[in-house]
Design a protein around this ligand. Structure first.
Ligand code: ARG
Length: 463
């Protein structure tokens, strides 16, 4: 709704109100109402500090603090009337507070500005999202660990270039994502620790002449300390950018896993069946079961990357300190956070509910000459061939099997000896996929024993 009179927060200097288009471009209340709880928390901490410092009276502070809770419940219950003329959440809350508690409300803005107020609110909001991402990632890690533990010794093909490379275990493949997403978790925690300084009290840009206690407000809001430079405090959004960067890396990991689920659930692979809960059918092709959740997740990730680029672009040309450009920080971060949390929840559901098709995995593991490297290693170890020669002999054997239309273990000993006379019957030991994976016991290798060791290490970490 439009209010044509001059603004009640700074009307003193203004003869007329803004043009309607100005109001439309200027207002952020359409989106920053999402920070209502953070705004009220920041204002309550500020009012308590002002009273403790003797800057306002205790009774004013009490009225303000109670009134703010009333405002918040009105907002939460959908009873609050937001006004575009009042621009943003900060002024909407303060104006409503004034109608509720009268004159005391006007004292709340002592020794602060919307610049430190919005920086504080936004930081609190981003911090909440980091905590939610922490929870979401932990749940996903647990789901992956359960898959890894169940299938620590299930063989499947490992790929490079999406061509069969060497057999690996299902558990090992799951644990690769545990490592990736585990690093994302630690990146979110690093970002949280770095951002946890409170801008409140930086005021417009220069600090304030009032005798405020910034330690008190910082601690009341769960920050480790107040930020040390008032110009920096109101004018950087690197905490939001760091959130978006970490979110982008995490999203990229989720997208790769989503891509694998799409491939694996296809009729050509049949490595997994996705639960009905995460699939859809086709209105025309009755046989279809589409992995829509994985596909959408893969696609939504682009919005998170986009938000990162958009906010970088908003910030890159701004002189110190605050510029109104910075109001454009929020929608990008809101959207990215929503989609990241949704993607984490969907992936946790899909991973938890999917069924690995053990037989299809094993059949695929043994095809495509996947144990060729094992054969070459055997020639090195048993016949003392230089690896390059062993590679050549193995290549010749692969070509022979390919011509015959069979896999390596299906060649006869005589056929093998035609290529290299020294080959003996115990070569067949290493051509089996189970032996192949069991032999890869180097630290971090695919052997079931290694996988189980990593599963227990991670269980300990996530305790
Ligand atoms: N809605 C504004 C924002 O999001 C609040 C800060 C306004 N500060 C100002 N000096 N106009 O950035």
């Amino acid at each position: 709704m439009t209010d044509t009179s001059s603004n009640q927060m700074w009307g003193g200097r203004f003869a007329s109100g803004p043009d309607a288009i100005m109001e439309a471009i200027n207002a952020s209340i359409g989106f920053d109402r999402r920070m209502a709880a953070q705004d009220v928390a920041g204002s309550r901490a500020h009012a308590a500090m002002l009273a403790a410092q003797g800057i306002i009276t205790d009774s004013d502070a009490d009225a303000i603090r109670k009134g703010l809770l009333t405002v918040l419940s009105e907002i939460k219950e959908g009873r609050f009337e937001f006004s575009t003329a009042l621009e943003d959440i900060h002024m909407n809350v303060e104006a409503r507070l004034k109608t509720l508690v009268g004159e005391a409300a006007g004292r709340l803005h002592t020794a602060r500005s919307r610049n430190d107020q919005v920086a504080t609110d936004f930081k609190l909001w981003v911090r909440d999202q980091i905590d939610a991402a922490d929870e979401g990632l932990t749940a996903l890690l647990r789901a992956l660990l359960a898959q890894a533990e169940a299938g620590a010794d299930w063989v499947m093909p490992g790929f490079t270039h999406l061509q069969t490379a060497q057999p690996v275990t299902w558990g090992h493949h799951m644990m690769a994502y545990v490592e990736m997403l585990g690093r994302d978790l630690s990146r979110f925690r690093d970002a949280r620790a770095r951002m946890n300084e409170c801008p409140l009290g930086a005021a417009a840009l220069a600090g304030t002449s009032f005798d405020i206690d910034r330690e008190a407000t910082a601690h009341a809001l769960g920050f480790d300390r107040p930020s040390a430079n008032s110009l920096d405090a109101v004018s950087d959004r690197d905490f939001a950018l760091e959130f978006l960067s970490v979110a982008s890396i995490c999203a990229m990991h989720l997208s790769r896993l989503a891509e694998e689920l799409v491939i694996w659930s296809s009729a050509q692979f049949r490595f997994v069946s996705m639960s009905d809960k995460w699939s859809t059918g086709s209105s025309i092709m009755p046989q279809k079961r589409n992995p829509d959740a994985a596909e959408l997740l893969r696609a939504k990730i682009g919005r998170i990357f986009g938000a990162n680029v958009a906010l970088m672009t908003v910030m890159k040309g701004l002189p110190l300190a605050y510029s109104k450009d910075m109001q454009e920080d929020k929608e990008q971060v809101f959207d990215a956070a929503d989609n990241l949390l949704l993607a984490l929840a969907a992936m946790t559901g899909m991973v938890g509910d999917m069924q690995a098709n053990r037989d299809a995995l094993a059949a695929a593991a043994g095809s495509g000459f996947s144990t060729a490297t094992d054969l070459a290693d055997w020639l090195v170890r048993t016949l003392n061939l230089p690896f390059r020669d062993a590679h050549h002999v193995t290549g010749t054997l692969v070509a022979k099997a390919e011509a015959k239309g069979c896999d390596l273990p299906d060649l006869t000993l005589a056929e093998m000896q035609d290529v290299h006379a020294g080959i003996t019957a115990d070569v067949f030991e290493v051509l089996g996929v189970d032996n192949s994976v069991a032999s890869r016991t180097s630290y971090g290798g695919t052997a079931p024993a290694q996988v189980r060791a990593q599963v227990s290490r991670w269980k300990e970490v996530l305790k």
